[in-house]
Design a protein around this ligand. Structure first.
Ligand code: ADP
Length: 293
């Protein structure tokens, strides 16, 4: 399957241009859509999920015209939105039953088999009769995935799924996501670089409604090899001097000192040492290039 997005634009009534002529093709397997808050990720996800319309552009899922044939898309879509809204007093089992009926799974034996399997897969079997409103953040997200996986979707969209999870919950959730399979399109929208690094064979970075890069994390990292340099400085003055002299990718506080990472084809000297490029360098480099242009 392939999801083909062409020249998508969206301006909200308040004048915010959330998507600017964005084009992107996404194939099977896990795809990471990385971008800072406000980049336009949720706008794009909601548009693909048929929940809102763009001002212009087209989206095709194979030969389904997503913006026109919304019901056809909804039959093959699993969506875990950023905000799930209010969690009801209803328990997980009853809620999944209800949602499965809404998705058109009318055969009760088939429905039971599917729901039982999902409750086991998401490790919610023990808690299936507890009210959703009593679930922890991690359990809510796993329930979100269970409902998104109902009826064997071909296109799964998860929007900022690990925000607010503690490290153990996040780990469990990412393992669950990675078990979904390679024969479906899974779009993981996130501002967390690690989520993408751990899971996604392909990725894109968007910011200010524009596509900054698209490719494989591994190949992108290879292209940066030997071009990221690091130096630790102790004063703000030194930091400012480096920022004006070099192409600074990022600065981090490490134990009260500034670690400065710069992009340079040649050894910048001045005590810089070569370091392995990380996906975070790819991310910040693309954002800083956009800011410069
Ligand atoms: P992200 O998911 O990457 O954080 P969003 O798609 O939520 O980005 O938002 C992109 C931009 O559009 C932001 O500037 C945001 O404030 C704005 N925006 C999002 N939804 C609305 C809306 N319903 N009305 C007006 N502006 C919006």
């Amino acid at each position: 399957m392939a999801l083909t997005i062409t020249n998508l634009s969206k301006t909200y009534p308040n004048g915010v241009k959330a998507l600017k002529n964005l084009s992107l093709t996404i194939g099977n397997n896990m795809f990471g859509l990385l971008g800072p808050n406000g980049a336009g990720k949720s706008t794009l996800m909601r548009t693909i999920a048929t929940l809102q319309d763009p001002d212009s552009g087209e989206i095709f899922l194979d030969n389904i015209n997503v913006l026109k044939e919304k019901n056809s898309v909804r039959q093959v879509l699993g969506y875990l939105p950023q905000e799930f809204g209010v969690y009801p007093k209803m328990n997980a089992l009853d809620m999944l039953q209800h949602l499965a009926v809404m998705k058109g799974i009318t055969n009760s034996a088939e429905r039971k088999e599917m729901i039982d399997a999902l409750l086991h897969q998401t490790n919610l079997w023990e808690a299936r009769k507890k009210a959703l409103s009593t679930y922890s953040g991690g359990m809510k997200q796993r329930f979100g995935i269970a409902q998104a996986l109902l009826a064997n979707p071909k296109l799964i969209i998860v929007d900022e799924p690990t925000a607010g999870l503690d490290p153990a919950e996040r780990n469990r959730f990412l393992n669950l996501l990675s078990s979904i399979g390679r024969n479906v399109i899974v779009i993981l929208s996130t501002h967390i670089v690690e989520d993408v690094r751990e899971l996604c064979p392909r990725m894109a970075i968007i910011s200010n409604g524009q596509l900054l890069m698209e490719g494989s994390p591994a190949e992108t990292l290879l292209a940066l090899r030997g071009r990221i340099w690091s130096k630790v400085v102790s004063t703000d003055g030194e930091l400012v001097a480096l920022e004006s002299a070099f192409h600074v990718v990022s600065t981090h506080l490490v134990g009260g000192l500034h670690e400065v990472r710069v992009f340079s084809d040649a050894d910048p000297g001045e005590g810089f040492t070569p370091v392995d490029a990380g996906l975070e360098d790819v991310y910040f480099l693309n954002l800083s290039n956009q800011a410069k242009n």
